[in-house]
Design a protein around this ligand. Sequence first.
Ligand code: HQG
Length: 181
Amino acid sequence: MDQVDTKISKFLSYVLRHQPESIGLVLDSEGWADIGTLIKCAANHGKRLNYAIIEKIVDANDKKRFAISVDQKRIRAVQGHSTQKVDIRYQEKTPPEILYHGTATRFLDSIFKQGLVAGTRHYVHLSAEKSTAIKVGQRHGKVIILQIDIQLMHEQGFKFYQADNDVWLTKTVPVKYISVI
Ligand code: HQG
């Protein structure tokens, strides 16, 4: 993706996950927006998009952040939402025994007091790969990788979901399941 595409991708993340109302867009509870309406709303706010550009960004996206509906008419972000307008009914899934969470060292004190919390997003994001956790954590500062005892959490009744792009989601991770690696 070139710089222009990255800018459009960030714009799509913003309106499809966080602030649809900033361009007058309405998402349904599963996060879907009509693509024609998205193009019109974006144009009204000075962003020129068309179907081909949107399709290219969806296909090229490194993390498969977005999905287009089977009938090709709608688009949504597959995870990462903070807008309260959206509440995707993810299917519960049996998780692997261990998952990782990349964060920054400056958050550790608070994490070991409160556990991992979703903050503004709807879920805590976890990954099966350490390499992914490293990339996620680096966005926040000096990275540190936390290992989560998912097997125990699952046995003790915590629910796990997997978004279409393989990111694992759960509502919260109490301190007792977290260790630093
Ligand atoms: C931290 C990106 C203090 C948490 C990524 C994280 C991911 C706490 C930060 C997705 C805490 C929230 C999500 C506590 C958690 N005290 N800090 N009790 N509990 N934190 O960006 O997981 O590129 O909302 O460790 O790839 O970093 O947007 O979450 O550092 O999949 O598609 O609070 O976002 O995807 O930061 O990243 P974020 P995240 P996209």
